[in-house]
Write a protein that binds this ligand. Structure first.
Ligand SMILES: Nc1nc2c(c(=O)[nH]1)N[C@@H](CN(C=O)c1ccc(C(=O)N[C@@H](CCC(=O)O)C(=O)O)cc1)CN2
Length: 362
């Protein structure tokens, strides 16, 4: 009997991958793959969403003038700037009182253009807030030992209170091993398994909360959105965003559902949500008809599309069909200018917290 089950599972595993490629959104019946796996832990299938259609990359249709545009646009850039000013004043108070400033170290491997931009922005934000920042840049083909060496140096440096490894890492490097090597008390990204585990457990406090999820919750709270008792849906289940965001929303007493590439009819789930946080990386995935009227929508997606009319030769498209969402939702975060700037503000906040903890400064 057990043997039959195992064989059926092995066969269906292949089917599942191909069905994910073909477009899980179109699936109406539950395929055999979605039955429980024989092992409780070892179902390791990649979240491959359906291929991006060319219409998803086009700017959304402009709304006609007599259509309702009821949604508030949540200005993440403005809110992040307010937080950064507050952090700058706390850093200068720390310097005045104890003669110390927070320090952040970044490890960047490879030459990805987006990662280089994010790291440059992080370091510029540090400078503006009066936070010291150091960077170790390693070539794309460096070995694991080189990354671990850099981390070890920063782990031992008392002037460094926060350390981050910019993700994604090149494929040949073991992300798990590298993230585990960051000193728990300097893990300002909150990606260390102990911090993540404590975030998941009731009554436990992680030392740090991952920056993007923390930024999403800050945006909701600062915009006066009630989370307690609401139905929240998180689209995507990455370690960086989807998973910790769902845990945080639960901590704020929302009823949380997670939609991912293997969810049949995701629009059915999202259309019952009061709050939708989406981090699938699929441009314009969330259409107006996926949303409940009055829902609050937080868009974490930033899909770059080449466009010579834009500053750096590309523009960013979110997960949400923005113009359509404006017609249905009560509040929406834009892309760019929504969650992105909050990620950097939360990194500064975590770095300041780390330094305060190290110096017993309140
Ligand atoms: N170690 C980490 N790696 C990655 C993280 C992370 O939190 N820690 N998150 C993302 C990238 N990221 C920060 O690292 C990040 C992404 C986007 C933005 C941002 O400000 N976006 C702007 C647009 C910027 C642009 O024009 O390109 C916006 O949305 O308005 C900041 C940080 C993956 N890796």
């Amino acid at each position: 009997m057990m043997r039959n089950v195992a064989v059926a599972w092995k066969n269906s595993k292949k089917n599942a991958c191909s069905s994910a490629f073909q477009g899980i959104r179109k699936t109406t019946t539950v395929p055999p793959i979605l039955k429980s796996p024989p092992s409780l832990l070892s179902l390791d299938l990649p979240d491959v969403w359906f291929p991006i259609a060319s219409h998803q990359l086009q700017p959304p249709p402009k709304s006609s003038s007599n259509e309702r545009q009821g949604a508030v646009v949540i200005d993440g850039k403005f809110i992040a700037q307010e937080i950064r000013s507050l952090i700058a004043s706390q850093v200068s108070r720390m310097k005045e009182c104890i003669g110390k400033i927070p320090g952040l170290a970044v490890v960047l491997v490879g030459q990805r253009r987006d990662s280089q931009t994010y790291v440059r922005n992080k370091m510029k934000a540090c400078e503006e807030a009066g936070i010291k920042s150091l960077i170790t840049q390693l070539p794309c083909d460096c070995n694991e030992a080189a990354v671990l060496d850099a981390l070890s140096t920063f782990n031992q440096d008392p002037s460094i209170h926060g350390i981050l490894v910019q993700l994604p890492l090149p494929q040949h490097l073991d992300e798990e091993k590298i993230l585990n090597a960051v000193n728990l008390e300097k893990d300002v990204d909150g990606f260390h398994p102990l911090n993540m585990g404590n975030l998941a457990m009731r009554g436990r406090e992680p030392l740090f909360i991952p920056c993007t999820p923390k930024g999403c919750i800050e945006l909701l709270l600062r915009s006066g959105v009630e989370i307690v008792g609401k139905n929240a849906v998180v689209i995507g289940r990455s370690n960086i965003v989807g998973l910790p965001t769902s845990l945080l929303l639960q901590r704020h007493h929302a009823t949380v559902s997670i939609v991912h590439a293997f969810t049949p009819n995701p629009e059915q789930v999202t259309s019952e949500a009061d709050i939708v946080v989406t981090a699938s990386g699929v441009p314009n995935l969330v259409r107006g008809n996926w949303l409940k009227p009055g829902a609050v929508v937080v868009d974490v997606g930033t899909f770059p599309v080449e466009d010579p009319n834009f500053d750096h030769g590309y523009r960013l498209i979110g997960d949400v069909c923005y113009e359509e969402a404006l017609q249905v939702a009560s509040a929406v975060t834009p892309v760019p200018g929504g969650v992105g700037p909050m990620t950097i503000a939360m990194l500064l906040s975590n770095t300041l917290d780390a330094a305060k903890r190290a110096y017993h400064f309140t």
